[in-house]
Design a protein around this ligand. Structure first.
Ligand SMILES: [Mn+2]
Length: 360
């Protein structure tokens, strides 16, 4: 199953034409992968209306030829940015688009100088990200697999949550299972947080041991076939007290309301408001300290953002997370997160783990 690199370059080409750009300089690894399939971590891709050229170094020459097709490979003899500049000069490109959020001031200076004075440099932020936001069916199929695998791993480690186990031991098992079961690795450092630490939305696993009557937040995702998944479940080690049940029910209700709001045509702000409104109804809004979700794909955080006031209108092919939470400092936190794909006439939850409160 090969990804439609040619089609993507054609789609970019149309945008270049609309912006009257001769080419776009692509310096972000997920973006050059998107257009060529090249998985190396050093390079610069120039996509023009007539073709694609990848500048890379000798370490990646063989790999680049194996992984790409219809892409010219230039092995740099000087530094990467000088070599890219020389190529732009020789190719005669004049109006060159670049993403100012992905190029450092120093890199831009070098490539500009090497390309020569005739070139005009036009900021074109987010041009590739806008294309990547709409996944093709083949991408959604890969993301479905990544989501299912994350769920299986999450369910598999629940049996480790016995009194005395350390956060770091659970995290190690999670990431071992990812590799063992075919993932390239975790899509971000797995979060395993016990007790009070569950109130930290981005807790890193520590040597803390699981005690009796503690919340446990497990937030993990895999990269499988280049695509990311991202999911969270919160369980209770013991019999949950009344207030924890109440918080859990509120977060679950918020998550379900947000998932129900996901459809083509809805704005990301409306989806965020659906979750936030439920939590406000339970007087828990001030404990919801982050946005409702984010886009997911080749990167674990990408466009669109699912946050307050975001105007992006969801469309078929968008894949986002929905992950409301409640974090009570000094007590604990609860988050429930799933991955949702938008189709023309429905939405599809890609993650497949039950959401009812589990008491261990
Ligand atoms: Mn997430």
């Amino acid at each position: 199953m090969s990804l439609p690199f040619q089609n993507r370059r054609r789609a970019l080409s149309k945008r270049l034409e609309a912006s009257r750009l001769d080419c776009l300089l692509v310096g972000h690894a997920p973006n050059w992968f998107y257009f060529t399939g090249f998985t190396g971590d050093a390079g610069l891709l120039v996509v023009s209306r007539s073709g694609a050229t990848l500048v890379t170094d000798g370490r990646f020459n063989v790999q680049a030829k194996q992984e790409t097709s219809g892409t010219r490979i230039v092995v740099q003899k000087v530094t990467l940015f000088e070599a890219a500049g020389q190529f732009l000069r020789e190719a005669g490109f004049r109006r060159i688009g670049f993403d100012p959020t992905q190029l450092t001031v120093a890199q831009l200076k070098v490539v500009k100088r090497a390309a020569g004075k005739r070139c005009q440099w036009i900021p074109a932020p987010g041009m590739v990200e806008a294309l990547r936001m709409c996944k093709e069916p083949v991408e959604i199929a890969l993301m479905r697999k990544a989501a299912v695998l994350a769920g299986e791993i999450l369910e598999g480690v629940l049996s480790l949550l016995m009194p005395g186990v350390r956060e770091s031991e659970v995290a190690a098992e999670i990431e071992y299972q990812m590799r063992k079961r075919g993932a390239e690795g975790p899509s971000f450092p797995s979060i395993v947080a016990f007790g009070e630490r569950s109130a930290l939305p981005h807790a890193r696993p520590t040597a803390k041991r699981l005690g009796k009557n503690e919340l446990v937040v497990l937030d993990l995702g895999v990269i499988l076939g280049h695509y990311c998944s991202d999911m969270t479940r919160t369980v209770y080690a013991g019999r949950a007290p009344e207030r924890v049940r109440r918080w859990y029910a509120a977060v679950l209700e918020a998550e379900q309301a947000a998932i129900a709001a996901v459809r083509a045509g809805a704005t990301c702000g409306e989806v965020d408001a659906a979750a936030r409104g439920v939590l406000a109804g339970h007087r828990l809004e001030r404990y919801f300290v982050h946005s409702t979700g984010h886009g997911l794909g080749l990167e674990v955080h990408e466009e669109p953002r699912v946050a307050r006031g975001q105007k992006h209108q969801l469309e078929s092919g968008n894949v986002i997370t929905i992950e409301p939470g409640v974090y009570v400092p000094g007590v604990g936190g609860i988050r429930i997160e799933d991955d949702v794909a938008v189709h023309a006439d429905r939405s599809e939850v890609l993650t497949r783990v039950p959401r009812d409160l589990i008491e261990l």
